[in-house]
Design a protein around this ligand. Structure first.
Ligand code: ADP
Ligand code: MG
Length: 728
């Protein structure tokens, strides 16, 4: 049984790096396989080009005749690059991307064939989508789903397939994917933010939300992974004793990148270049064999597509290097887990970052407006933000001692805290000329310097302002960024709408000047949002107590956290903002809660199997060896044998105890699952899985890990932590 472990080790130790050489500059490779604006100019008629740009920039419709032209050009471009198939590429709520390839090839009778791709095929497809999660939306067979082209995210070639980014919706109109609500949220924040920027600059026509994600991951040799059924089935290790050395020496973080990993990264980055994913940064992370990759930020919809695509490409490139990319948030106990910081900001079509410093007092007041409104939005929707990052796998991270806690808070740094304090003292109503000048010079005027010098950082904050952007750090490494980004942009949109209403009211009824009205509203917002601001150590237990006093939520588990998604208030919020109607919100909740149940269920089954069918038989085998040894000693020494066999007999007993415990706890776990499965209500079922099933994992693991320490290394069937984490 341990054969597979040793075979895997042998295979791994004999591996050579797959050497990657780069002979073309990256700027030349960039976007080569993307039907981007440069390629469109080359391939499209002027009409068609204008039409696509209009769709990208203003969401205008593309008519059918033009769509035919575009499709035909896409096909020509694709064929010139050896492409044979096309697919609508979308992001169903499974968390993976989906594609179904169709050949351009078509027969036209008389034994002849051509390559064909029309506007109809570009614009819409009807995948047989009945097996994608839909949360009860498509429960009748008439209610089929279809995919529809999203021209704002350019088509790209991967392998020999032309991939067309699409939304995925039910025929009745409800969203069945991540992209649709995201696009609606981005539209909402665009409208709301553009309206607010008019106070400062009448020329702004559009506001884009930007996203720069930082992807963390582990790289483990594929032979080792394949010898670990838990990683294969669940993406993480369900047992395994901590190695003597973990990350305590801090010798991996930012260290020199091991050769195999570096070749993997180069290969991956080249693929990213071809696909137009602007990756820029790579480095070792804190845990052994953990790494990070980050791109240059982009418009959010595109950035989300690029991250989803990246996760898929990583897997494929990994295979070429005999490496398995682990995106799970917590593949190994005892060392750091992986996250995906979401760096977020808003910028105008005129090129201004609304969360960055400006050149004039007015543009700095604009910064403060967006800055404070964002803080208020988080304050009022902290529970929803927490819900947006909830998953069975991210639960291992949040609140564990190395990741942001399950409590949302905002870090802004000492200097901006001081600025808010000043603003809190602004006079109620009209401001004297003296006060206005003072504010302009000494408060608002100082913003650029403050932001330039924003070295103030707090790594323990889940939502931190870092100079010209907010960084949502609690997002899970394997999550689709669309989920948290939909929530963040929706709540900020809602907040900006409320803000504008209040400012306009003060201008209208109290006859305040525009800037006076803005100062007045911001002052109140600062007072109302204090609870969410926290500058201290977010990992400490004092913060938990303090947060409780402040009335902040601390939803540690997914079943608890997800409830916020279907609270009456939040159902209304999404509906009012045009992001998701009630049916869509409820369906999503159901899908996520069901996924939670399934993940824990699968983990329970796998753990039960490994514990009973791998660990216990190994323990018994070792016991038999010991028994043989003891009876041998008895034969030699007669009644004196105990003098020589004491340790062996102690170990025998210890092993028996652990075997007994494992057996009992696996039975308990199976019963607990059976009980939970009887519940009709999914929320209750998830809660049972969380409270009654999952805690047994730790007890089973404890005994298995103890056995790992007791049993002869040569017998142990599972690749050990030290082998998984330290073989490079
Ligand atoms: P770190 O947070 O690790 O110090 P950086 O600040 O360099 O790293 O940036 C991390 C990510 O934030 C990158 O993807 C970067 O492109 C992105 N980023 C930088 N500026 C912005 C911005 N204004 N809006 C959104 N993302 C940004
Ligand atoms: Mg960062």
């Amino acid at each position: 049984m341990s054969k597979i472990r040793f075979q895997a080790l042998k295979e791994t130790l004999n591996r050579n790096s797959v050497i990657i050489t780069e002979d073309k500059r990256r700027s030349v490779l960039f976007g080569e396989n993307v039907f981007d604006q440069k390629t469109m100019l080359q391939y499209l008629t002027k009409d068609a080009y204008t039409s696509v740009i209009g769709a990208i920039e203003n969401g205008s419709k593309i008519d059918r005749r033009v769509a035919d032209q575009i499709a035909s050009s896409m096909k020509d471009w694709s064929l010139s690059k050896g492409v044979t198939h096309y697919t609508h590429w979308f992001q169903p709520l499974t968390g993976a991307t989906a594609e179904k390839h169709d050949a351009f090839f078509e027969t036209i009778g008389d034994g002849q064939a051509i390559e064909k791709f029309g506007g109809g095929q570009l614009v819409q497809q009807e995948p047989d989508a009945s097996s994608f999660p839909n949360g009860g939306i498509r429960n009748t067979f008439e209610a089929r789903g279809y995919t529809a082209w999203d021209p704002t995210s350019p088509a790209f070639i991967y392998g020999t397939t032309l991939c067309i980014p699409t939304v995925f919706v039910a025929y009745t109109g409800e969203a069945l994917d991540y992209k649709t609500p995201l696009l609606r949220a981005l539209q909402a924040v665009d409208n709301a933010a553009t309206a607010v920027t008019k106070y400062f600059d009448k020329n702004v026509k559009k506001v884009n939300a930007s996203l720069g994600w930082e992807q963390e991951y582990f790289l483990i040799d594929s032979a080792l992974v394949n010898a670990r059924p838990d990683i294969v089935m669940t993406g993480r290790t369900l047992l395994g004793h901590s190695p003597a050395k973990g990350q305590q020496l801090d010798d991996h973080y930012f260290g020199s990148i091991p050769a195999r990993a570096l070749n993997f990264m180069m290969d991956l980055e080249v693929e990213c270049m071809l696909l137009g994913i602007p990756v820029k940064t790579r480095h070792n992370e804190v845990a052994p064999n953990q790494f990070e990759l980050a791109p240059i930020y982009e418009e959010t919809n595109l950035a989300v597509d690029h991250n989803s695509l990246l996760m898929d490409v990583m897997d494929k490139v990994g295979a070429r290097h005999n490496l398995k990319v682990l995106l799970h948030e917590k593949p190994f106990a005892g060392v750091n887990g992986s996250g995906k910081h979401n760096n977020w900001s808003l910028s105008t079509n005129t090129g201004v970052n609304l969360l960055g410093p400006g050149k004039t007092p007015m543009s700095n007041l604009q910064f403060l407006t967006f800055f404070i409104n964002t803080i208020k939005a988080i304050n009022e929707n902290e529970e929803l933000m927490r819900a947006g990052i909830a998953s069975a796998s991210n639960d291992h991270r949040l609140g564990a001692n190395e990741a942001p806690p399950a409590i949302m808070s905002v870090f802004i740094g000492e200097q901006l805290t001081a600025v808010l304090k000043e603003l809190e003292g602004v006079t109620d109503g009209k401001l004297s000329p003296q006060e206005k000048t003072d504010l302009k010079l000494n408060v608002v005027g100082k913003i650029p310097e403050i932001l330039l010098d924003n070295t103030d950082r707090n790594r323990t904050s889940p939502f931190a302002f870092t100079g010209n952007k907010f960084e949502f750090r609690a997002v899970g490494s394997k999550a689709n960024c669309a989920n948290p980004m939909t929530i963040l942009n929706t709540i900020v949109a809602k907040q900006l709408i409320d803000f504008k209403k209040e400012v306009d009211e003060l201008i209208g009824t109290k006859e305040l000047k525009k800037d006076e009205a803005i100062f007045n509203v911001l002052r109140e917002y600062i007072k109302q949002s204090k609870n969410i601001l926290f500058e201290g150590n977010g990992y400490g237990s004092e913060w938990e107590k303090e947060a409780e006093k402040r009335g902040l939520s601390n939803n540690k588990t997914t079943p608890e956290a997800l409830k916020a998604k279907i609270s009456e208030r939040n159902l209304k919020l999404f509906e009012e903002m045009g992001v998701m109607n009630r049916v869509e919100s409820e369906a999503r909740y159901e899908i996520e809660i069901e996924e939670y149940v399934m993940r824990i269920q699968i983990e329970g089954r796998v753990l039960g199997d490994i514990a009973r069918n791998h660990v216990i038989p190994t323990a018994i085998r070792y016991q038999n060896m010991l028994i043989k040894n003891v009876s041998g000693l008895k034969g030699l020494y007669g009644d004196d044998f105990k003098k020589y066999a004491k340790e062996q007999m102690d170990i025998l007993e210890e092993i028996s105890e652990h075997i007994g415990k494992i057996n009992t706890k696996v039975n308990e776990m199976t019963d607990a699952r059976k009980e939970a499965n009887k519940l009709e209500d999914l929320g209750k079922m998830a809660s049972d899985y969380c409270v009654k099933v999952k805690p047994l994992f730790d007890e089973i693991r404890y005994s298995c890990d103890k056995l790992e320490l007791l049993i002869d290394d040569e017998l142990w069937p599972l690749v050990k932590y030290r082998e998984l984490l330290f073989i490079k």
